[in-house]
Design a protein around this ligand. Sequence first.
Ligand SMILES: N[C@@H](CCC(=O)N[C@@H](CS)C(=O)NCC(=O)O)C(=O)O
Length: 232
Amino acid sequence: MRESNDRDGLGTGIPESAALGADELARYFPATLYDFLPSGNGYKVRLVLALLGLPYRYVEVDLTVGASRTPDFMARNPIGKIPVLELADGTCLFESSAILWWLAEGTSLVPASRLGRQRVLQWMSFEQYNHEPTIAVRRARLLHPEFGELTESESVALLERGYQALGVMDGVLERQDFMAGSSLSIADIALYAYTHVADEGGFDLVRFRNVTRWLDAVAKQLPELPIDRVPA
Ligand SMILES: N[C@@H](CCC(=O)N[C@@H](CS)C(=O)NCC(=O)O)C(=O)O
């Protein structure tokens, strides 16, 4: 049985446009996204920008040669990581969850209720602490051995912890259609980014039937933008 939590104020349907006001759109867009195409963290931002129809220029930062650690890049993000969304007035936003929140606030992708917002943040925190450090890291190290080859014990530990994270998601999605409730939110987009390519990290999703159903449901609501395609 699925749990409906409409009472939590989660909206229904996809926003047709950003909730940013006309003055904010004029001040902040077009923006520039500093990104690395295989990155799920960057992909989350690409998806939300496309979903909200926000204009931006895409700049590839080649992480395989350490391009996010140059003084020029570190002036945009002192942590030295993509994605960075540089707004038209020069303001730089970093940390994918925080960028998503800034972009989507006021649309149905961020619930209006206090409890709904807590749920979105709780699953975005889970994504950053339990999901991304296992599934994304295993995928990155397999796709790009230049980031450092995995030892056998690292490989086994990442697989085990990644499967644990997928198991948690599968249990939640047994009871409800989306991670934070009954409709799509930025928590789903954050978790979709690396889950939909988990096979590239050696994860077999077949046994997670709720996760695979959810992947299809999320994909149906997203723009046609594969992770390996440079945005137009
Ligand atoms: N918590 C950050 C993580 C960002 C992150 O780990 N970016 C990676 C690529 S996915 C990166 O830029 N690595 C380059 C480096 O550390 O030098 C977020 O969600 O934005």
